[in-house]
Design a protein around this ligand. Structure first.
Ligand code: AFP
Length: 335
């Protein structure tokens, strides 16, 4: 597909390549795109309307919610519940699964999303985004429950994120590579600007929150120490560092120029296996990264093969340029 193609045309041509496609998936994807355009508009309005700051509530993670967290979640639910493409939804901002109201038809897909990832960055005007993952609802399940969502990341039909940055971009995979679309605000359409995004196998750039260094396991300490030793150290080259504290921004950067992103296990709260959520952050981002030629691991196993135990479970995340991720995994094996 060539640059300049509209996202709607791209999705329709994808559908034509799928035998017996009914158009349900195409309809669902177009509805998700509409929801993201609405969130983009709200994020861009920022301080012009009263949507910055905290909502004064907590989400299921016990984290303070920003007003835009709550609003973005509402936009996703209200834009998708009536479409007839979904059997149910799950959101970072909602404890249980989100059922489809009885007055609407149900469809064959399950949608999981983080409506506004990186929301601690909103008030300081740093890029944030929406991350989503689409699974098939198991056959013969009229009323899905949480267990129907607990499918490993390899079962994803589609994964994507929309980054609300200097430009609003949609990054998508349906298992045939990764494509990036830029929102043309004048016509309200996403245009294919980054076809077939590919992550370089090597990198000289790592992304990790260094303030947690004293809490990391030894293999992570070793890997980062070697990066910092640069040319004079065992790596024989200098590294650069980034930490935006917005996963969508880190992953988008890695898709465009390589890098390794790490949110490893740390001993601050041993009961928490990591900070990032498996079902609607790690899994969709891992599907995208692998489809772009990168790798994604908990340090012990491929993230896409983790057997989920709960829709809000957390995992350690090490993803990006394949050779660097494999090095970190090797250090864990040696330890
Ligand atoms: P928020 O959505 O609460 O801002 O968290 C963002 C995030 O889940 C992910 O996008 C970042 O990579 C990571 O957390 C940042 O975590 P730290 O604030 O601990 O650096």
């Amino acid at each position: 597909m060539h640059s300049g193609t509209f996202l709607t045309q791209f999705i329709l041509e994808e559908q034509r390549s799928i035998p017996n496609a009914t158009g349900d998936f195409t309809g669902l994807l177009n509805d998700i795109v509409t929801a993201c355009k609405t969130i983009s508009h709200l994020v861009n309005r920022g301080g012009l309307i009263d949507i910055l700051g905290t909502a004064g509530t907590e989400n299921v993670q016990g984290e303070g919610q920003k007003k835009l967290d709550v609003i973005s979640n509402e936009v996703m639910v209200k834009s998708l519940e009536w479409t007839g493409h979904l059997a149910a939804m799950a959101s970072e901002e909602v404890e249980g699964i989100i059922s489809i109201p009885n007055q609407y038809p149900k469809g064959k897909y399950l949608l999981l999303f983080d409506p506004l990832d990186g929301s601690s960055n909103i008030d300081v005007n740093i890029s944030v985004g929406t991350i989503f993952s689409i699974l098939r609802c198991p056959d013969g399940v009229p009323e899905p429950t949480e267990k129907d969502f607990l499918q490993p990341g390899t079962q994803q039909v589609c994964a994507g994120f929309c980054i609300y940055g200097p430009t609003t971009m949609m990054v998508l995979t349906t298992g045939h590579g990764v494509n990036g679309f830029t929102l043309d605000q004048d016509i309200g359409e996403f245009i294919l600007t980054h076809p077939n995004m590919t992550i370089p196998k090597d990198t000289g750039e790592f992304a990790i929150n260094m303030s947690n260094q004293r809490f990391w396991e030894a293999p992570v300490q070793r890997y980062i120490e070697e990066c910092i030793q640069g040319k004079e150290g065992p790596r024989g080259k200098n590294f650069n560092m980034r930490w935006v504290a917005s996963m969508v921004a880190e992953v988008y950067r890695i898709l465009t120029r390589g890098g390794i992103f790490m949110y490893p296990w740390d001993s601050r709260d041993p009961s928490k296996p990591g900070r990032l959520r498996l079902m609607y952050e790690a899994n969709p981002m891992s599907f995208i990264v692998e489809q772009a030629g990168g790798a994604s691991s908990t340090s012990q196993q491929r993230i896409l093969e983790v057997e989920p135990e709960g829709i809000h479970q957390r995992v350690p995340v090490i993803l990006g340029s394949k050779n660097e991720v494999e090095r970190v995994v090797a250090y864990h094996k040696e330890a």
